[in-house]
Design a protein around this ligand. Structure first.
Ligand code: ACO
Length: 446
């Protein structure tokens, strides 16, 4: 007998199927609930809603576990490269040597942008945020590759996935060069994925950047650790857009926009701003933590807390060790790392953080490594986007392969009940309109 759950609403009982995942996670399938009962479920922020069944990434937030396609993140971080991790996420298995070579060649073949696309960068103002440029340019790329829009076979998918993964890196570096007014640097086919990115970021026409192997492996680690994270805000956005049948590039451009927010990918930038504020203002770490705990301050301890992890984020553990290692090797002393360590110590000993199970997340230490690599603050979230691309592509593929129907949540309406349209000359202002002033009963727009 398949397992079921029962629900009683307004005197009636409904039997609902129970779905069990491969790691024993249990869900109640309510997909037919409204049709049978007229009732929907309400779940603010989707905190308790499984939006899909997915075979890509497993997280156990209580135990601090993260696995890509079943493989623990600790093993992937130690042994894998970014292109290999991307293949694993997208295709479900680690590639053979031949497959990896073919995949790397495909990434190299698609590293260039169409010359027409380079001209778009001239249209952005210097100082334009690279996340805005990245999203716009990823979407614009599809106009130069019409076969992406009519994707029909596994071969066209692979070509589109390789193009997106490879060109995102070229676009990201070009967005940075545009934002600082330097000439754009073309990719070099003999360089690996990460070295090539660093070359396009930091070479200038009269001085070639020589990638340091420690910096290359630190960058690779950052990208690998960000490569997927289950149904987070940006990945759900990609799936939402994909569910309408939108192409891979359009869906992932939307993912970039979702990632930009300070509560999601933008947190890595906010962490550095917070640490810098503590250093510059001279406020003690203890006083800053007290400020965070005071709800009226509206300040959060950035890089702490997670919707899913109620334990130490396993990626934060790996990044913290890497930050110590990379900075020591490069002989960099960063005062922000000292503040971060002290903040962690004070917060983890504080009952507020203990009771709410708030631990450092991936963003708490990642910015420190990116600073050591030489990545400017504005580019931190872009780095996250480059890293998350394999996860977005893998999730887009799952939707494309037919595991999902169009995403279309319901709502509980709380607005006015039915009322009649009022002709304009009979209307009176009921409430002050933001941005306007009421003068003797009239609304004047400023
Ligand atoms: N500092 C202080 N208090 C916090 C923090 C924090 N960083 N995070 C959560 N809390 C408090 C909340 O105020 C809330 O308190 P309450 O129960 O008294 O109202 C309680 O902990 C639960 O937090 P929620 O906001 O309900 O948790 P939610 O799951 O909605 O949010 C989030 C998770 C957005 C990550 C939140 O912890 C946060 O804003 N953290 C800081 C931003 C950050 O680091 N984001 C990166 C996330 S990881 C990523 O996207 C890669």
């Amino acid at each position: 007998m398949p397992e079921t759950a029962t629900l009683q609403v307004r005197g009636k009982t409904y039997t609902l199927p129970v779905v069990v995942g491969s790691e024993g996670e249990v869900a109640i399938d309510i997909s037919k609930l409204r049709a049978e009962s007229g009732v929907i479920t309400l779940d603010d922020g989707y905190a308790n809603t499984g939006s899909c069944q997915s075979a890509i990434t497993f997280i156990d937030g209580e135990r601090g576990i993260l696995r890509y396609r079943g493989i623990p993140i600790e093993q992937i971080a130690e042994h894998s490269t970014f292109p290999e991790t991307a293949w694993l996420l997208i295709y479900g298995e680690l590639p053979t040597a031949d497959q990896l070579e073919c995949w790397s060649n495909l990434l190299t073949r698609h590293e260039m942008l169409h010359e027409g696309l380079y001209k778009h960068f001239d249209g952005f103002p210097s100082g334009g945020h690279p996340m805005a440029i990245l999203s716009a340019m990823i979407n614009a790329t599809s106009t130069y590759n019409p076969d992406i829009i009519r994707m029909e076979s596994p071969e066209t998918f692979q070509s589109a996935a390789a193009r997106l993964l490879s060109k995102t890196r070229t676009i990201a570096a070009a967005a940075y060069k545009t934002s600082i007014g330097q000439p754009l640097i073309y990719p070099k086919p003999h360089l690996d994925y990460c070295s090539n990115f660093l070359h396009m970021m930091f070479s200038i026409p009269f001085k070639e950047y020589e990638p340091d192997p420690d910096i290359v492996s630190a960058l690779s680690l950052i990208l690998v650790l960000h490569a997927d994270h289950e149904q987070n805000c940006s990945t759900s956005t990609v799936r939402m857009v994909a569910s309408s049948g939108a192409n891979l590039f359009a869906s992932c451009a939307a993912g970039v926009c979702a990632l930009w927010g300070p509560l999601h990918g933008g947190a890595n930038t906010a962490v550095i701003e917070m640490l810098q504020y503590i250093v510059d203002s001279g406020i003690s770490v203890k006083d800053y933590v007290e400020k965070v705990k005071d709800k009226t301050s509206n300040i959060k301890l950035m890089g702490f807390g997670h919707r899913v992890y109620k334990n130490y984020d396993p990626r934060a553990k790996i990044i913290k060790q890497a930050a110590d290692r990379v900075l020591a090797k490069l002989q960099i002393h960063d005062p922000l790392l000292d503040v971060a360590r002290r903040l962690e110590e004070v917060a983890l000993a504080d009952p507020y953080f203990k009771e709410k199970k708030l631990y450092p997340n991936v963003d708490f230490y990642s910015g420190i490594i990116m600073r050591a690599i030489g990545i400017p603050l504005d580019m931190f979230t872009v780095m996250f986007a480059i890293g998350r691309m394999p996860g977005w592509i893998a999730n887009w593929k799952e939707v494309w392969e037919g595991q999902s129907r169009i995403y279309r949540p319901r709502q509980i309406y709380t607005g006015p009940v039915e009322r009649s349209y009022i002709p304009i000359d009979q209307r009176r202002p009921a409430v002050a309109v933001p941005g306007s002033t009421t003068v003797t009963g009239q609304v004047v727009c400023r």
